[in-house]
Design a protein around this ligand. Structure first.
Ligand SMILES: Cc1ncc(C[n+]2csc(CCOP(=O)(O)OP(=O)(O)O)c2C)c(N)n1
Length: 325
């Protein structure tokens, strides 16, 4: 892989991490000393994606703004990597009028039609949506593709199986990406899933698939590249399963008592310092450049946070506008 692609993957991951760290900092404002989920400037649940950046960077490197992407309840990494506007996304997370959904969706409901991005708090919900988008692209005869990212907890949902079935039957230009972070909230795969392999499940429907081990951003990049090219060539759907890592809790405030023994090892498996070391050892990156990349990311993120905080909240008499439920 050439140096500029590797650097670009690294930059994307650092940008996402800087964002998640800043959102985490802001989220805890007003929620201490006893955690109160409804308090502070960012009330409600917060599912952050730290550790899963390789999935976003490796997949989105192959997608453009004309390609569609749907995400799960843990959406920030893929939204940012796909080009969703960081300022308006941050304002949405803060519940402000200038947000992507005028502050009424919150962090699990980010919609950016200009880059064909949407996500939902309902597990597996993005898969049927991606099939619909892929069907539209196919009918129009364009080479656009749709991708859906879901957690491994989605593989037992009806929407997962129904989507695999129709995507294969109609040979849709769609890529299903499963982020296997071992946990569905506090439930390990072994307690919920009879056949661990999402790739095997895909094969049962005639969909080729690959599993990427070790949370490797380059592995994701290669596998998603093959999947996206297949879809663009009109050869139908693919499935990519990534063994990734949830660095933090299921949601912020999660004490993670269910994985205490594993937590000691978790920081050492952080994909960003690992990739940084590799790139430095192989002469693609040096310390100075690495620091500059992080500083640029922080600057962009802090500007987005300022934009959100300076934006007004939606007016009470507009509470029912832009709401479709
Ligand atoms: C249809 C549905 N059932 C249950 C839930 C509650 N729920 C929220 S997150 C979650 C676990 C998801 O695990 P996974 O798909 O592996 O994603 P991760 O949180 O690990 O990223 C569940 C069951 C939901 N949001 N939607």
């Amino acid at each position: 892989m050439d140096a500029s692609t590797r650097l670009s993957l690294y930059r994307t991951m650092v940008r996402i991490r800087a964002f998640e760290e800043a959102i985490r900092r802001e989220y805890y404002v007003g929620k201490q000393p006893v955690f109160d989920i409804g308090a502070g400037p960012v009330p409600g649940e917060m599912h952050l994606s730290a550790g899963q950046e390789p999935v976003a960077a490796g997949l989105c490197a192959h997608l453009g703004p004309d390609d569609a992407l749907t995400g799960p309840h843990r959406p920030h990494h893929i939204a940012l990597a796909h080009g969703v506007d960081m300022k308006r996304m941050t304002a949405e997370i803060f519940g402000r009028e200038s947000g992507l959904c005028h502050g009424k969706g919150g962090h699990m409901h980010l919609f950016a039609p200009e880059v064909h991005f949407g996500c939902s708090g309902i597990i597996a919900e993005g898969m049927p949506t991606a099939c619909g988008q892929a069907l539209a692209f196919k009918k129009r005869g364009t080479d656009q593709v749709a991708a859906a990212v879901v957690g491994e907890g989605a593989v037992n949902q009806g929407g997962f199986h129904e989507s695999l079935n129709l995507a294969a039957l109609w040979k849709l230009p769609v890529i299903f990406v499963v982020e296997d972070n071992d946990w569905g909230i506090s439930v390990p795969r072994s307690a919920s899933t009879s056949n661990f392999s999402a790739t095997d499940r895909g094969r049962a429907y005639g969909i080729p698939g690959e599993r990427v081990e070790d949370n490797s951003v380059e592995g994701v990049y290669e596998a998603c590249g093959r999947a996206v090219q297949r879809a663009r060539r009109g050869e139908g759907p693919s499935l990519v399963e990534v063994h990734t890592l949830r660095l933090w809790g299921h949601f912020e405030g999660d004490a993670q008592g269910y994985r205490q023994s594993e937590l000691e090892d978790v920081p050492g498996r952080d994909p960003i310092p690992t990739y940084r070391r590799t790139l430095i050892e192989e002469g693609v990156l040096d310390e100075e450049e690495a620091q500059r990349i992080r500083a640029e990311a922080e600057e962009e993120v802090e500007a987005a946070i300022r934009f959100a905080k300076e934006s007004p909240e939606p007016a009470p008499d507009e509470a029912l506008e832009h709401v479709f439920a």
